[in-house]
Write a protein that binds this ligand. Sequence first.
Ligand code: PLP
Length: 457
Amino acid sequence: MKDTRNLPKDVLEKWDDQYVWHPFTPHSVYRDEHPLTVVAGEGHYLIDADGERYLDAVGSIWCNLFGHRRDELDQAVREQLDHIAHSTLLGNTNDRPVILAKRLLEWAPDNLGKVFYSDNGSTSVEIAMKMALQFWQQQGDESQRRRTKFMGLANAYSGDTIGAVSIGGIDLFHSRFGPMIFETVRGPSPVTYHRPEGMSRRETEEKFVADFDKVIDEYGEELAAVVIEPGMQGAGGMVTYPDGFLKHAARKIRDAGSLLIVDEVAMGMGRSGQMFACQREGVDPDFLCVAKGLTGGYVPVAATLTTNRIYEAFLGPPEEGRTFFHGHTYTGNALGCAAGLATLDIFENENILDEVSRKESLLASRLEPLWDHPHVGDIRQYGLASGVELMADPERREAFDGARRIGMQVCTAARDKGVFLRPLGDVIVFMPPLTITDDEIDHLVAAVEYGIDKVLQ
Ligand SMILES: *Cc1c(COP(=O)(O)O)cnc(C)c1O
């Protein structure tokens, strides 16, 4: 094969424009926003085809935990190649996914006992939903078989496949697909920043919880399950919940006899300072979905963890058809599971979770001065994840005209300081690798301040 390394950047850009259709990308402005052409990575930095280095401040869209080319992860994948890259889990097994399941469950809430693999976050959530539906369909009690509805919150995001889109609640991403998505029960939005005139944040939070309860009271007996992103709604704009909400919701859902699915795709794998965000709230979910960081950001592997109670409802003679008929070609991929095992090793060997908690406070204190910036409306944080919402006029709560793509402009400007960011609208997102250093946190915040000033002075 011809050597395709070290091609000039302009050639790669030309072919990219000619052949590649990018996700979540308006192609009419793509090239003007100076996208990176990454050819390598090293530690917390991405290396562009022109040799420039950029701090990967969104962890390659929230999956990279320990930087690029981490020795332990590289070695685990390389070593696995000396054994086997992949073999099927359909009716068979493989040592890597077996061992990873056992070790994941050691980290997970005690009530969880089984791991079902897939290969991305969307499927990990859809699997939980399909399992919940089938679980209820296989109950002897007829009233339980009426549990066929799913509830998601407004502003939620659980991925881009049809089930995930159906449970999601972000109009910009989801409304277009109305004709092909199934109906769900819509809970309230936890957004408190964009609240009605005259309401305090506190009142908005209380209304959110009361509205949530009302929906459960109305639909509780028909609900197969409720899907919640614990800690923070990520793609919805880094939106936090009132303190104690998940614990309250879990109790309410249990009292209604339904099931709780926690979508930990973004906040799981250490982001909260606990391995899983639901553990930070002391909640035992019926399903826990994990993907993005599960392999340290190396290989697409996802998992849906559930209880033995759910699992046992799928047992019986094969001809009864209680089997869970779902699976993907690459389910439980061995290279990925090897990377997953190395990821857990790093958590164990390096005291990652305590460090995340320390850096959570550090990041908060570094962001604090931004409250005084004339275009910063809100700063939200959960663990080592944060969103800074930019506004045309925070006093009067006026957003920027979306056509100006201010968030994107600010992120592009931060590139001058060697920092790579990707916003959600006008929310600047901080999702750095968990191993980001204190100096890099300072650098990151300074680059964002610089970017805001450059675009908005
Ligand atoms: C990214 C994300 C998903 C979807 O994961 P994919 O791997 O992109 O399919 C689901 N839920 C949450 C909370 C996410 O952040």
